[in-house]
Design a binder for this molecule. Structure first.
Ligand SMILES: Cc1ncc(COP(=O)(O)O)c(C=O)c1O
Length: 450
C-alpha cells in the first residue's frame, strides 16, 4: 500500500505511484528521463510486467484444452474480461479483445458496412485520429456518403452545430473521438450519442486518448460501441472494443467457420495475445489499488493550495467520503477522480508557463476556466524551430515528446501545419510531477533563448 509523501496541491501519492513504474527511473545523458509521450503509449507498472512474464513462464497454452495450463489460460481471459468490464462499466460479454483499436475498428466497419446501401451516410469529425476516420471512409466503395463535422480552429473544439447539421435521416453511424490525441479537447460525446440516437444512427466512440485521463461509463453514455487501447492507460499493447450485446450478437463478423458464434468470442479471431491479456488484468488491478488508497486516505476532499476546489473534480462518491469497502468499479472511479485532479493541477502550471515563452504558439483550449473541456495533452509550435528539432533538443535533455501529426491528419491539414512538421506534443499523465513540468518549461525557455 502507498505510504509516501504527497504533493501539496493534489492528493496523489506520487512517490508510491512512481515506484510502481520501473521505466520512470531511467536517465538520458545524465538527465532523469521525463516521460511526456503518454499519448503515444504510457509506461507500465511492475505488476503488468510480472503478469506477462508469469503467464509465459507458467500458463502458456492455447484455450479450451483439457489440461491445466489451458484451463489457467481460460481463467485468465475470463478474469481480464471482467476487469475490463468494470473499467468501462458494462458486462463482461460486451468486451472484445483485439490487437489494437485500429484493427478492431476496421473489423467493425467491415461488418457494419455489410448492412449499408448506397445513399446511407456516416458522420465523422475532422478532429479525430485517422483510426476513427479511414476505416469508415473505405465504405465509400459501397456507395456510402461520408460527412465530416468541422472543428473551431481558434480553440480546436468540435463544432457541435456543424455536427448536428451533418446528421440527417440517412445517417446510419456517427463516429466521434472522446478526446483529441493532439490538441487534448474533450468532446461532449454524450450529446453526440444523443444526436445519433435521435436520428436512429449507431454511435461509435474512440476513447483511446480519453481512457488514461477520465472515467468511462458506457452505460451512462449509452453509446453503441466504444474502443480504447490498454497501452495508453498503463497496460500492454492491445485494443478493447465495447459493443452493446444486441449488436455483437446481431451483426455478422467475417470469421473462420470453426470459431464460435458465442458473444463476444465471435469477434475474436485466431489466437489472442494471452500474455498481454494477463497484463490487462494486472493493469486494472493497478487502477483498483490506486483507487482503494485514495478512498482509504479520503484525501480528495482536500482543498487545492489556492483554497479553491478544482472545478474538474466531480466525483461525488469520493467527495462525500470513502466507502467502507469500495467495489472494483468504485475504486476505479476514485482513482480516475484523483488522477484527473492531479493532471488538472499540472495543466494549470504547464499552459500558462508555455504561453509565457516568446515565439511559442499553443493550439487548443488555453483559458483555465475551460480546462474541464481539455485533458493534459498539449501541442505547440515555436518560431525558428521545427517540431522535430524541438523534440530532438528536448530528447537530448531527457524529455520524451512527440513531433508530427500523431495520425490526427485532418487536424494538422486543416490547421495548415502538416507540411511543416505538425506540432510538438507534450502529454502528461498521473505519474508526471510538478517538478517535471517546471524543468520542461525551463528547457523550452532555454531553447527559445528567453
Ligand atoms: C485517439 C486515438 N485513436 C486511435 C488510436 C489508434 O490506436 P491503436 O494504436 O490501438 O490502433 C490512437 C493511437 O494513438 C489514438 O490516439
Amino acid at each position: 500500500m502507498p505510504t509516501g509523501e504527497q504533493t501539496h496541491s493534489t492528493s496523489l501519492d506520487l512517490a508510491w505511484i512512481r515506484s510502481q513504474f520501473p521505466a520512470l527511473a531511467q536517465t538520458v545523458n545524465g538527465h532523469p528521463a521525463v516521460f511526456l509521450d503518454g499519448p503515444g503509449g504510457t509506461q507500465v507498472p511492475r505488476r503488468v510486467i510480472d503478469a506477462i512474464s508469469d503467464y509465459l513462464a507458467r500458463h502458456n497454452a492455447n484455450t479450451g484444452g483439457a489440461f491445466e495450463t489451458s484451463h489457467a489460460t481460460d481463467r485468465i481471459i475470463i478474469d481480464a474480461r471482467s476487469a475490463m468490464a468494470d473499467f468501462l462499466n458494462c458486462d463482461a460479454d460486451e468486451i472484445v479483445f483485439g490487437a489494437n483499436m485500429t484493427a478492431l475498428t476496421y473489423a467493425m466497419s467491415r461488418s457494419i458496412g455489410r448492412e449499408l446501401v448506397p445513399g446511407d451516410e456516416i458522420v465523422l469529425t475532422l478532429l479525430d485520429h485517422d483510426a476513427n476516420f479511414s476505416p469508415w471512409k473505405v465504405l465509400e466503395e459501397k456507395g456510402v456518403t461520408i460527412r465530416a463535422a468541422k472543428f473551431n480552429p481558434a480553440d480546436c473544439t468540435l463544432d457541435m452545430q456543424d455536427l448536428a447539421r451533418q446528421i440527417t435521416s440517412r445517417t446510419r453511424l456517427v463516429a466521434v473521438g472522446y478526446a483529441s490525441n493532439a490538441v487534448g479537447t474533450i468532446n461532449d460525446v454524450k450529446e453526440v450519442i444523443r444526436l445519433a440516437r435521435q436520428a436512429g444512427a449507431l454511435s461509435y466512440i474512440d476513447a483511446v486518448h480519453y481512457a488514461p485521463h477520465g472515467l468511462i461509463d458506457v452505460r451512462d453514455l449509452d453509446c453503441d460501441f466504444l474502443v480504447c487501447s490498454t497501452y495508453k492507460f498503463f497496460g500492454p499493447h492491445m485494443g478493447i472494443l465495447y459493443g452493446k450485446r444486441e449488436y455483437l450478437a446481431r451483426l455478422h463478423p467475417y470469421k473462420v467457420r470453426p470459431n464460435t458464434e458465442n458473444v463476444p468470442q465471435r469477434w475474436e479471431w485466431g489466437t489472442l495475445n494471452h500474455e498481454c491479456i494477463a497484463g490487462i488484468k494486472a493493469c486494472i488491478d493497478y487502477w483498483e489499488e490506486l483507487g482503494r488508497y485514495v478512498c482509504s486516505a479520503g484525501t480528495l476532499a482536500r482543498e487545492a493550495s489556492d483554497g479553491h476546489r478544482r472545478p474538474s473534480y466531480h466525483d461525488v462518491s469520493v467527495e462525500t467520503g470513502p466507502a467502507p469497502s469500495p467495489s472494483r468499479r468504485e475504486a476505479i472511479i476514485a482513482a480516475h477522480a484523483a488522477a484527473r485532479f492531479h493532471e488538472r493541477a499540472l495543466t494549470e502550471k504547464l499552459i500558462p508557463g508555455l504561453l509565457a515563452i516568446p515565439g511559442l504558439k499553443l493550439y487548443g483550449i488555453a483559458d483555465p476556466h475551460r480546462f474541464d473541456h481539455r485533458c493534459a495533452t498539449t501541442v505547440v509550435r515555436m518560431d525558428g524551430h521545427s517540431p522535430l528539432e524541438l523534440s530532438t533538443k528536448l530528447g537530448e535533455r531527457g524529455f520524451f515528446t512527440w513531433d508530427g501529426n500523431y495520425y490526427a491528419l485532418n487536424l494538422t491539414e486543416q490547421l495548415g501545419v502538416e507540411q511543416s512538421g505538425g506540432f510538438l506534443r507534450i502529454g502528461l499523465v498521473h505519474y508526471n510531477t510538478m517538478e517535471e513540468v517546471d524543468r520542461l518549461l525551463a528547457a523550452l525557455r532555454e531553447i527559445a533563448g528567453a
